[in-house]
Ligand binder design. Sequence first.
Ligand code: ADP
Ligand code: ADP
Length: 226
Amino acid sequence: MAKVRLEDIKRRFNNVTAIEEISFEIPDGEFWVLVGPSGCGKSTILRTIAGLESATSGNLFIGDRLVNNIPARARDVAMVFQNYALYPHMTVAENIAFGLKMRKINPKIVQERVVDVARSLSLDHLLDRKPKQLSGGQQQRVALGRAIAREPQVFLLDEPLSNLDAQLRDDTRAELKQLHQQLGITTIYVTHDQVEAMTLADKIVVLSGGRIQQIGEPQGIYARPA
Ligand code: ADP
Ligand code: ADP
């Protein structure tokens, strides 16, 4: 895990300013949630931290390292999207192992890590199945497992539960919270869902029109005067 620091990040696409004056520092191990209406810049912030977009200006630090010019694969960041994008021809175990195999880690250690991750996500009985033999919730847990198996310093999630039905969303949300408590990876999570923001966040960043409106604890953001 590592702290994540954004200093005056701006991103323009041709004439459109997607985000500007984005500054915050997430302490080691905290869980922050980005909220705001569609188009307010949530995905652009995540993608910039992941290195899938580059900032037009500003500085981005992961830990003490300035990563502006560091490519995505060298940032030690894992990202999960709302459509889980598993490899359909691979088993659950192979999907979880994929990020580790890419890094040429010893096969025995890969095997142990896969078993650990599967256990913490209640996937241990499904390791030999293919994605199409799983429910949506199970598939998303595999996607989470694949992301955390390589023990990233920072975990980025872009509406990871929005394709699940209500019951599965509740279950998976609870698992995510547990996983974070267990692993303590610095996490940034995008959602439209107030319940998710309330239950998961240490801090909530409210965005509007590409700028930060407010940063605070969930009770401060959503509290209503009686
Ligand atoms: P959100 O995730 O909050 O829905 P986004 O970060 O996707 O918002 O988008 C923020 C703004 O930037 C929107 O106006 C969007 O249209 C624009 N934008 C995002 N990506 C691109 C792109 N690749 N090219 C042009 N405009 C973009
Ligand atoms: P979301 O709303 O979930 O952030 P979108 O469907 O808006 O996702 O965007 C999906 C992809 O399209 C992203 O890679 C984003 O950068 C790009 N994109 C978003 N808005 C624009 C735009 N106005 N012009 C070009 N690309 C865009």
